[in-house]
Design a protein around this ligand. Structure first.
Ligand SMILES: Nc1nc2c(c(=O)[nH]1)N[C@@H](CN(C=O)c1ccc(C(=O)N[C@@H](CCC(=O)O)C(=O)O)cc1)CN2
Length: 287
């Protein structure tokens, strides 16, 4: 039997309907959520992702600022811009699109963004909040995946979850959010031995390794939920995930497609976070 396909596109549309209502409430109180995105250089994939964010944010009535900087921008120039955005009362969330060019130290940049405007949740303050179970800003992709799992009523408590990939953007925060939802979590990576055997234990398998179509049916337990975070171009130039979709959909219970799976949910996770920050601003105004 073929897996149920988890449509990020559809769940993102449903989320936008909820976001519209939340934004309407804010606007009744003269507050418009504000998002500032900093894009450095001309990486074609980043340009597509930023355009997708802009389209959705503007459709919802979010005040969207794009700061497109030259690939040669200096670290000092970038930090000056971030400090200006930190001070701007109309900006609720600030993010710098990754990856950044080699002269930029991404860690310093992330930790220069005010933690309460760090909409990506990449700063050490928000990473600490995430792992210590506090509320804070958490990265968009794992947040979006949690919403997608909830939309398809995938039970998490007590389930075996295996996250393949240990990046700060996806793997580590994903593991933390699954742990917070009471899943039993294993994080595997490029040095993991017997990867297929470990992956086959998963009721929920999250794959974020950046290796086109590496995960075949032999890595998947029958009936498992498979979430593919990969976004790669294969030899024919086609956009594919880290999972061999045609092969794995024959064995999985649920599976995300690429495109139309995790990508739209990443933007949903981000927009949810921006609106939440604007709601917090409204609460502060009340006091
Ligand atoms: N500062 C950040 N940088 C990056 C993040 C992030 O969360 N914060 N994540 C990724 C890129 N990303 C968000 O920024 C992102 C990736 C993919 C999509 C998306 O809409 N994908 C579409 C396909 C798009 C295409 O045609 O290529 C889909 O999957 O359907 C949106 C955002 C790295 N950088």
């Amino acid at each position: 039997m073929s897996a149920i396909i988890m449509s990020g596109t559809q769940v993102a549309q449903q989320a936008d309907a909820e976001f519209q209502q939340r934004i309407q409430h804010l606007k009744q109180r003269q507050i418009t959520p504000g998002l500032a995105v900093v894009l450095i250089g001309d990486d074609p994939a980043s340009a597509i992702y930023v355009r997708n964010k802009q389209r959705r944010a503007q459709k919802l009535g979010i005040n969207y600022q794009l700061h497109h900087l030259a690939a040669s921008v200096t670290q000092a120039e970038l930090l000056t811009l971030i400090q200006q955005l930190n001070q701007d009362p109309d900006v609720d969330g600030v993010m710098v699109q990754m990856p950044v060019p080699p002269q930029i130290d991404a860690t310093t940049v992330m930790n220069t963004i005010d933690p309460d405007k760090d909409v990506d949740g990449f700063s050490v303050v928000n990473v600490g909040r995430l792992w210590s179970g506090e509320s804070g800003n958490f990265p968009g992709t794992p947040r979006g995946i949690m919403r997608l799992l909830a939309a398809y009523q995938i039970h998490l408590a007590g389930q075996q979850a295996v996250v393949i990939g240990r990046s700060n953007i996806v793997g580590k925060p994903m593991a933390s959010l699954l742990l917070r939802a009471n899943a039993t979590v294993t994080v595997a990576h490029s040095k993991t031995r017997n990867l297929a055997a470990i992956a086959r234990q998963a009721d929920i398998l999250i794959v974020a390794i950046g290796q086109p179509e590496m995960i075949t049916a032999q890595y998947v337990k029958p009936g498992a939920t498979v979430i593919d975070v990969g976004m790669n171009h294969n030899a024919q130039g086609k956009l594919v995930g880290d999972v061999q979709f045609a092969d794995v959909q024959e064995i999985a219970g649920f599976i995300t497609p690429v495109p139309g799976g995790v990508g739209p949910m990443t933007i949903t996770g981000l927009l949810d976070q921006v609106i939440t920050l604007a709601e917090q601003r409204a609460q502060r105004d009340d006091h």
